[in-house]
Ligand binder design. Sequence first.
Ligand code: PBG
Length: 328
Amino acid sequence: MTGFPAARPRRLRRTPALRRLAAQVSLSPAGLVLPVFVKGGIGEPQPIASMPGVVQHTRESVRKAVVEAVEAGVGGVIVFGIPAVKDARGSAADDPDGIVQVVLRDLAAEVGDRTVLMADLCLDEYTDHGHCGLLTDGGEVDNDATLERYASIALAQAAAGAHVVAPSGMMDGQVGAIRTALDGAGFGDVAILAYSAKFASAFYGPFRDAAECAPQFGDRASYQQDPARSADEAVREALLDVAEGADMVMVKPAVGYLDVVRRVRDSVDVPVAAYNVSGEYAMVEAAAANGWIDRDRAIRELLLSIRRAGADVVLTYWAAEIAQSISD
Ligand code: PBG
């Protein structure tokens, strides 16, 4: 006999009001970021078979989608571009008339500082070989030559009105190279959201359909992280990025890497984002379409899990829908 009454954790679960009061983690529209795809040279939005409900936008349709998302209260949008023409060096990525730059200027004029305009900064959507950097003659991704391209893309995106550039190519030194270039060109107030811990993941499959960027040979395992490494390496990458000037850091994918989100959250003093990626989206949508899962509950549960693991910001294809349902 200890003399203590029996523990009754169920007391706080008894009514919806008690559960609401006791809740410690929530989804707020302001912490959700909507990824959007825009494609050059198309007349109508194109559905993406492996991402039901997501489209490749035209210049006009993306404007409407972003206005709706901003009205629903999302914290930001991140723009991915698919150029009409690709080449070995991804020339469209830093062309002032390239699709992302055109759309950033449109969005800056339309929604301006009412939201946060982010641009994914990478080369894979723009290169004909589909890798995230320039290739050597031997077909390897050339880290340092790629950094020069990233610096130039950052300047084009900043000049077009991005508040935040988000390098996702996992080249060593990318944050420092971009920060130096931005500062040198008078863009000291443009922030960097670094994809710091980005794993070589099968869950990017549907995105590669959406962005038409599957590697034409090989894979990304020589630059993206190995899922078999411990979270220590991810923490190291995040700390390096903060030291190089990252204003926020990201873990990607989110759901399979919640331990990494927690470790990074506890290790840095900047906001941490997590990317609820295309394969995570597709799994839920496919199961729901088959009647195998309660779609709305599953989405909320996954997003709450990501928040509970410590993400301050969540990038998700459900951002506008969830933001709208919270503000209704
Ligand atoms: C690379 C990039 C990828 C994603 C975001 N940025 C794909 C990749 O690394 O192959 C994946 C996003 C998703 O799956 O939703 N620019």
